[in-house]
Ligand binder design. Structure first.
Ligand code: PMP
Length: 405
């Protein structure tokens, strides 16, 4: 799904929907977490203010209403990625979703000698859970390298895949470089080798239209807070047959069929994976966030961010000491390095001119090693950004160059 940005695309001009973004503040850290539109804040407020009650247990009307709203949120999420509600598991975030699949799927099926395939650019949350499982069962991990323009190298992946690879886990969009993955091809390659494939969609869902059926993967995970929704809520999508075949990840209330001290049976998916009282209002906030981005349209958002990335790469590329990383068509994210300047200094100086970027390893230390840097500076865009933010970024970087030059 490489969409071509319409160069005539008008800026979205929705910053007024975001009360936490004051005029003149260039918020360029959406890849870490997105700011919240009023519609999401209102849904959360309403959830606690007038509508609050628990779900799934109450016999009174308020709880029955909240249960309907919570399940309606699951339907909204399902429609958003072209899935069915019984394939949508609410979790705390992408991190928990990946740990769930690692513990419930991988740890119960992989045995000594099996292999897991990851890529160089994965976020730590798509590395560490697999390492923990691999260590437990005696499996090994292989790493797909990057192409010269810093995408996951699917030709290399095709050569690497062996029957021992039982699981492949890759990012749809890199949180550092913005590199987009051809998920359909990656899924075909994985399946041809008999492997199950999980896609980390954290950075993709807010930047590209996502249709899990068209992508052809087996699991797809994302966090609500990067999609303009609340923290503490995220999504695991899994094929129905896979979810049904997986044992529970955590035990507790709500996930059972019957409990006795002799024997407990479990509810079907997705309930089986939602032990305990869920983040009820978080689900409502996430549904409101999905409504918000769909109101704008993911194609428009993608075109908007692609235009901003092109402007940023062009403006930064003109500054001598700057090395812009990642492929030219990256999705909403631009990482860069400056000769002789630590990214933390870049971030601190930019903050003085009200430009908020991220500096560090971005929870991707293996990628930093492959790029040959300690850390990068990263500007990432959202619906509320415009050309003025790119101009503020470029002016700030020119100032950094003068200070250190
Ligand atoms: N994967 C990617 C690509 C990410 O960008 C992030 C968040 N930075 C995560 C996984 C983890 O998400 P969370 O911390 O919300 O669980």
């Amino acid at each position: 799904t490489v969409l071509i940005a319409d160069p005539a695309a008008r800026p979205l001009d929705v910053v007024a929907d975001f009360p936490a973004i004051p005029p003149g503040w260039a918020y360029l850290d959406t890849a870490a977490t997105a700011q919240k539109p009023r519609a999401v804040i209102d849904a959360i407020t309403r959830g606690y203010d007038t509508d609050y009650a628990t779900v799934h247990r109450g016999v009174y009307q308020r709880s029955a209403d909240m249960t309907l709203a919570y399940e309606a949120a699951r339907e909204t999420v399902a429609r958003f990625v072209n899935a069915t509600p019984d394939e949508i598991v609410f979790v705390r975030g992408a991190t928990e979703a990946i740990n769930l699949v690692a513990q419930s799927f991988a740890a119960t099926r992989l045995t000594a000698g099996d292999r897991i395939l990851l890529s160089t650019l994965e976020h730590h949350s798509n590395i560490v859970p697999w390492q923990m499982v691999a260590e437990r069962v005696g499996a090994a991990i292989d790493v797909v390298p990057l192409t010269a323009d810093q995408r996951i190298d699917l030709d290399a992946m095709a050569r690497m895949l062996r029957p021992e690879h039982k699981l492949v886990a890759l990012a749809h969009v890199s949180n550092v470089l913005g590199s987009m993955l051809d998920v359909r091809r990656a899924s075909e390659l994985a399946h041809a080798a008999g492997a199950t494939i999980l896609i980390d969609g954290c950075q993709a869902v807010a930047r590209l239209p996502v249709d899990v059926r068209a992508l052809g993967c087996d699991f797809y995970v994302f966090s609500g807070h990067k999609l303009y929704g609340p923290t503490g809520i995220g999504v695991l999508w899994g094929r129905r047959a896979l979810l049904d075949s997986m044992p529970p990840y955590q035990g507790g209330g709500s996930m059972i069929d019957r409990v006795s001290f002799e024997r407990t049976t479990y509810a079907p998916a997705p309930t089986r994976f939602e032990a305990g009282t869920p983040h009820i209002v978080g689900a409502l906030g996430l549904a409101a966030a999905i409504g918000y981005v769909q109101g704008i349209g993911l194609e428009r958002i993608h075109a908007h961010e692609t235009a901003l990335v092109a402007q940023a790469r062009e403006a930064l590329g003109r500054i001598n000491s700057v090395r812009v990383l990642g492929p030219a068509d990256s999705a909403g994210i631009v990482s860069f390095a400056m000769e002789g300047v630590h990214p933390h200094d870049i971030g601190t100086i930019l903050d003085e001119s009200k430009v908020a970027i991220r500096a560090g390893h971005h929870c991707a230390q293996p990628l930093m090693a492959a790029l040959g840097v300690e850390a990068t500076a990263r500007a990432s865009f959202g619906v509320y950004n415009g050309p003025d933010d790119v101009a503020a970024l470029a002016a700030g970087i020119e100032r950094v160059a003068r200070i250190f030059g």
